[in-house]
Design a protein around this ligand. Structure first.
Ligand SMILES: *Cc1c(COP(=O)(O)O)cnc(C)c1O
Length: 490
């Protein structure tokens, strides 16, 4: 066959495209990527992916390698998370899929009438909002305290016969708060309500974190746990586990049908045909690292986290939110400092970025009880952080010095570019849905139309101010437009 383009040219172009990405190695991106710092581990993962490249993970009875690898990964995770042999599980393509399936399972097992309700702290990952939307549950989001932790009694007071599932996090993504899992799971068990622990980010690192109260299957009443191998399991993207206590519970996760003229379908997860690549990579990594390797990497994360918490707390005008549990930190303005000495966390993140480090901006939130969670900046710490700690610390301090006293972006500054009556009419509850041309024109009006390379502006603080200021449905529509346009053919 004469190819239209030559493989070497195609790969050269891919290399050029990759060079424009945020760096996936080296510790300069403090979210999205989880770098063990061990090149041999990346190579092992790549080799494992290559071996199973042609396999269809749809059918572990035809491709028996999939059954063996999945069983071993689930077994490893079960031991790690305190499960006995009543705990079974599935490998999924990621945290979102694990969370979706936990909710789907609970909905299908719920025997009440009317609409089922999902109760979770407002800090529960957005995947649970998606799950409630996809699977038709009412979402009951419970306000959290200023330290990001939900009060057990407040959450427990929301339980009732219409609740199909209660979700708690170990820890939460926004603030690294470990929810009061023992108390919530015990109350849920009394009601006969299943309790899911979302350990997508913590599942492969908290087992090695010192001084924690029990939060896994050792806690009676915990019925399922999600834990992502593609986070602190250091696997490439596309692999997570969902463990369920009780075979009968887990069987409700499956979809099976023989009612079509094709092959009998039995899907434990959302996809049909699927890659076995990330499973093979995750499997290989768990075998290479074992518990001792994971423990060593967790210890490195912990040393860096402790150092960064004390550094950030020593920066005038900033503070660490609550008591982070695990290798992630949320940073907010220290409102006890005089106004001219305060540091806005989003200006700080933008300035840290100018120094070559990518932090993640998180918007503030008005909770359902009217209390306000402040805007924050998120850092995820990985093993590779330790080797760059001095440089990173320098950038964090310098950026704070450069931004100290600069007030946060006021919504009026962002809306300035938009006609006032347009904002008012768009924000009205009975405004018609935005068409994509109008949405795009608004994005352009505020300077947010994406560049040719699809990247976002250097300064994200104005963007986050917009997210916080506009009504959520409008922002969500604008963000949909932004992301949809990014991938449109050019
Ligand atoms: C990352 C994460 C998820 C979602 O996982 P994806 O792999 O991004 O789909 C869910 N919950 C928590 C706590 C997470 O950190």
């Amino acid at each position: 066959m004469q190819f239209v383009e030559q493989p070497a040219d195609i790969l050269a172009r891919l290399d050029a495209l990759r060079a424009a990405d945020a760096p996936t190695h080296g510790g300069h991106v403090l979210s999205y990527v989880y770098d063990s710092g061990l090149a041999e581990l990346d190579e092992l993962a790549a080799a494992a992916i290559r071996v199973v490249q042609p396999v269809n993970g749809l059918d572990p009875t035809t491709f028996t390698s999939v059954a063996v690898m999945e069983g071993e990964v689930v077994g490893f995770a079960r031991d790690l998370l305190g499960g006995d042999d009543d705990v079974v599980g599935s490998v999924t393509t990621g945290g979102t899929e694990s969370c979706l399936l936990a909710v789907k399972t609970a909905r299908d097992l719920w025997s009440g009438s009317g609409r089922p309700r999902l109760v979770a702290p407002v800090t529960a990952h957005a995947a649970f909002q998606k799950a409630a939307h996809y699977f038709g549950l009412d979402l009951d989001l419970v306000p959290v305290e200023q330290d990001g932790r939900v009060d057990a009694a407040t959450l427990i007071a929301r339980l009732g016969p219409d609740v199909a599932l209660v979700v708690v996090s170990a820890p939460s993504y926004p603030h690294a708060a470990l929810d009061p899992i023992e108390a919530v799971a015990a109350a849920a068990a009394e009601w006969g309500i299943p309790c899911h622990v979302d350990a997508c980010i913590g599942g492969w690192v908290l087992p090695f974190w010192p001084g924690l109260e029990p939060w896994d299957f050792r806690v009676p009443g915990v019925t399922s746990i999600s834990a992502d191998l593609h986070k602190f399991g250091y696997a490439p993207k596309g692999v997570s586990v969902l463990l369920q206590r009780g075979r009968d519970r887990q069987r409700a996760q499956f979809f099976a049908t023989t009612r079509w003229p094709g092959y009998p379908v039995v899907n434990p997860t959302m996809l049909g045909s699927k890659s076995a690549g990330a499973l093979a990579a995750g499997w290989a990594i768990t075998h290479a690292l074992g518990r001792s390797g994971l423990a060593e990497l967790a210890a490195s994360c912990e040393r860096s986290t402790v150092a960064l918490i004390s550094l950030i707390d020593s920066i005038e005008g900033l503070r660490v939110v609550g008591t982070p549990v695990g290798p992630l930190i949320a940073v907010a303005t220290d409102a006890t400092a005089p106004a001219h000495r305060q540091v806005d966390p989003h200006h700080w993140a933008d300035q840290v970025r100018a120094h070559g480090w990518l932090l993640q901006l998180q918007p503030g939130l008005v909770q359902s009880d009217g209390t306000q969670l402040p805007p924050t900046t998120h850092l995820t710490i990985t093993p590779v952080t330790e080797g760059v700690l001095a440089d990173l610390s320098g950038a964090l301090v310098t950026a704070a010095d450069e931004m100290r006293g600069v007030p946060g972006v006021a919504p009026a500054d962002v809306f300035g570019a938009l006609p006032h009556d347009l904002v008012a009419s768009l924000s009205s509850p009975d405004a018609p849905p935005l068409d994509s041309a109008t949405a795009f024109a608004i994005l352009a009006g505020i300077g947010l139309e994406s560049s040719d390379a699809g990247g976002l502006p250097d300064r994200m603080a104005p963007f986050l101010a917009l997210v916080a200021a506009l009504p959520a449905p409008l922002t969500e529509r604008l963000l949909t437009e932004l992301v949809a346009r990014v991938v449109e053919p050019r």
